[in-house]
Design a protein around this ligand. Structure first.
Ligand SMILES: Nc1ncnc2c1ncn2[C@@H]1O[C@H](COP(=O)(O)OP(=O)(O)O)[C@@H](O)[C@H]1O
Ligand SMILES: Nc1ccn([C@@H]2O[C@H](COP(=O)(O)O)[C@@H](O)[C@H]2O)c(=O)n1
Length: 202
């Protein structure tokens, strides 16, 4: 199994890059795990309390469960990937059966900050977009899809997102084998990564 980690700040385009990579590959040959599925279970808190959580700090992620699941997949076992609700700010009761594939992609803002997770990756990729680009994309997404208003998003950006990015995410770029510039759509970089994967699948 080839395990590829794709990190980068919020809104840099990780999900987009993953979709571009897998869209032209045989379905079922590449599996995807999202760090978002591994936010801590916050069921003991009210929604109001959960909405105040700092979701950009490494402590917000259940890295133990993520590691356990990656080990199981590497050992050829299927896992039940938790399903996260951004509107509820919590894990749902649902899980998605995720089967081991020849190639597994793990994507998330903080996945290169954790040494044990990082060490499981055969290839580490960091997607870069400038902070103003990321903020614009993030504002649109939070307001249109994730149940936050403009003021809440800007407030979160200043209190959590930007400081956590500077403290944890940007420094994790140094662990990357490949950095993909993604202020504009980068088809060349996506093609290169897809070629590496196609070689592995051959
Ligand atoms: N290179 C790009 N240029 C313009 N918009 C982009 C680009 N890459 C992604 N986007 C858009 O930015 C938003 C965030 O992208 P997404 O892939 O969800 O980022 P991430 O998973 O890193 O948070 C989406 O609306 C997406 O369509
Ligand atoms: N309930 C939540 C949980 C997390 N977030 C934000 O998601 C961002 C990470 O996801 P990306 O798709 O952007 O990589 C992170 O910056 C959290 O602030 C949220 O908005 N609501």
């Amino acid at each position: 199994m080839l395990i590829i980690g794709i990190a980068g700040g919020t809104g840099c385009g990780k999900t987009t890059v993953v979709n571009q990579i897998i869209n032209e590959l045989p379905s079922g040959e590449v599996g995807v795990i999202s760090q978002d599925s591994y936010y801590n279970d916050l069921s003991e808190l009210t929604l109001e309390e959960r909405r105040k959580t700092n979701f950009d700090h490494p402590k917000s992620i259940d890295f133990e469960l993520l590691e356990k699941h990656l080990v199981q997949l590497r050992d050829g076992k299927s896992i039940e990937q938790p399903v996260y609700s951004f509107l509820e700010c919590n894990r749902t009761e649902k899980t998605i059966p995720t089967h081991p594939s020849k190639v597994m992609i793990v994507e998330g803002i903080l996945i290169l900050t954790n040494a044990r997770i990082r060490d499981m990756f055969d290839i580490k990729i960091f997607v870069h977009a400038d902070s103003d680009e990321r903020l614009i994309r993030r504002l649109k997404r939070d307001v249109n899809e994730r149940g936050w208003n403009l003021d809440e998003t800007l407030d979160k950006y200043l209190t959590n997102i930007k400081p956590m990015h500077e403290q944890f995410i940007e420094p994790s770029k140094e662990f990357a084998d490949i950095i993909i510039p993604n202020n504009k759509y980068n088809t060349v970089a996506v093609d290169i990564v897809r070629t590496i994967i196609t070689d592995k699948l051959a």
